[in-house]
Ligand binder design. Structure first.
Ligand SMILES: Nc1ncnc2c1ncn2[C@@H]1O[C@H](COP(=O)(O)OP(=O)(O)OP(=O)(O)O)[C@@H](O)[C@H]1O
Ligand SMILES: [Mg+2]
Length: 384
């Protein structure tokens, strides 16, 4: 797929700007705080309807404006689509594809696919488990937009169930038996939790099972085959196979086992919102023992695996967004990345200095200077 045009109005520090992409690689160059990451964020929103930097639309809208807009012209293998997101300070969004209003987020997701790779991604290895869950969820949403809907429903159930558990806690702590009505309503929530949690967990298991060998292969290539990467799903509820009935059963058993803990804490402690993903290099957890270089190699391998997996599932190469990462990779790893993406993936790259990276990246790239939310086409000779 190819992002042909991007139009931003009152988005972050962009007043009104349109850009036409004219090469497989576009380099956005500019000083700090000029709007490079903001532009990638707009593309991320088109792909996932989420930003990894904020969950509040009021931060996305230009300061002082009531609403903003992101518009894109996307060429896919067999179709062209105009995508539009209207953002409001209040948080209400309007989504349109080819001028047709999308009733649900689900109808918009899946049009544009993108893999983002930013310097923050080392958190994927070092950060708390929710970084890894979020990463996995973003990937799964792109593979199957319905997943976003399932996950949102699951999260809603956890929230409701937590509220109920909190109100039960007091009763339970004073030693009173739970009233019949409350017990029955907890059981109802249990069933919904199990139902939707099972759908989340099975999708995560299947997704990771497909990703793991690709990540291992890429990792082997980048590290010169000296190390072996193992990516494992470590679900909170453990089961064997892929039979939903088996997952249900395991889930219910675990809930029964943890009932007093849940009542004591007033919170749901069983379910995929407590899942973890393990990254192990040669039997050593990357999180605690990996050197910075090893951790970078790992993240790079994961990102390349994501690209290949999305390409296989969608049938078209997704976009690649590289935010500030090239300068952090040594020339060897840059070369690996370059070879891996060839010219197949449209790539948007941000950097503060063009000379930070390999000549080969620049040779065929379109270069856009970013200055205070304005874009200007440049030639390499003008900048060096
Ligand atoms: N809602 C908004 N309205 C106006 N300006 C905003 C808004 N949100 C962010 N900004 C501005 O955008 C700028 C940050 O842009 P961005 O994160 O894209 O920088 P960058 O070019 O990627 O810089 P760096 O090289 O440091 O990563 C800041 O100056 C910030 O004040
Ligand atoms: Mg930035």
């Amino acid at each position: 797929m190819y992002l042909k045009k991007l139009y931003l109005r009152a988005f972050r520090n962009y007043l009104e700007e349109e850009v036409e992409f004219s090469a497989q690689k576009t380099i956005l160059v500019g000083n700090n705080a000029q709007g490079k990451s903001n532009l990638l964020e707009a593309v991320e929103l088109l792909a996932t309807l989420k930003s990894h930097r904020t969950s509040r639309d009021q931060e996305l809208v230009l300061d002082g404006a009531a609403s903003g807009q992101i518009k894109a012209l996307l060429e896919r293998q067999y179709s062209v689509a105009e995508l539009e997101i209207d953002l409001r300070r209040s948080g209400r969004r309007n989504l349109r594809i080819n001028q047709n209003q999308c009733r649900r987020q689900l109808d918009f997701l899946g049009c544009l696919n993108a893999v983002e790779f930013s310097c923050l991604d080392l958190d994927l290895v070092r950060g708390a488990p929710d970084c890894r869950r979020q990463w996995l969820d973003t990937l799964l949403t792109q593979l199957e937009p319905l997943y976003a809907h399932i996950l949102a429903q699951y999260q809603h159930i956890v929230k409701q169930r937590n509220a109920l558990l909190k109100s039960l806690r007091q009763q339970w702590e004073t030693g009173l038996a739970l009233g019949e009505e409350l017990s029955a309503s907890l059981e109802l929530w249990d069933q919904q939790l199990v139902e939707m949690g099972t759908r989340v967990a099975r999708r995560r298991a299947r997704g990771l099972a497909r990703l793991a060998p690709l990540a291992q292969e890429w990792h082997g290539r980048i590290s010169g085959g000296n190390e072996t990467l193992t990516v494992t799903y470590q679900p909170n509820v453990i089961w064997e196979g892929d039979d939903p009935a088996v997952v249900h059963e395991a889930f219910l058993a675990r809930l029964a086992q943890r009932r007093s803990a849940e009542l004591h804490l007033g919170a749901t402690v069983v379910g995929p919102h407590r899942d973890e993903v393990g990254f192990v290099i040669d039997e050593t957890p990357a999180r605690t023992y990996g050197s910075q270089g090893q951790q970078r190699t790992l993240v790079l391998a994961l990102k390349l695996a994501e690209l290949s997996l999305i390409e296989t599932v969608i049938g078209e190469p997704p976009l690649l967004l590289l935010d500030d990462v090239l300068a952090e990779l040594d020339l060897d790893r840059q070369g690996q990345l370059l070879m891996a993406i060839e010219d197949r993936f449209q790539t948007l790259i941000t950097t503060t200095h063009l000379n930070r990276f390999d000549d080969r990246w620049r040779r065929s790239a379109q270069i856009l200077q970013v200055n205070g939310g304005q874009l200007e086409e440049r030639w390499p000779s003008e900048i060096d």
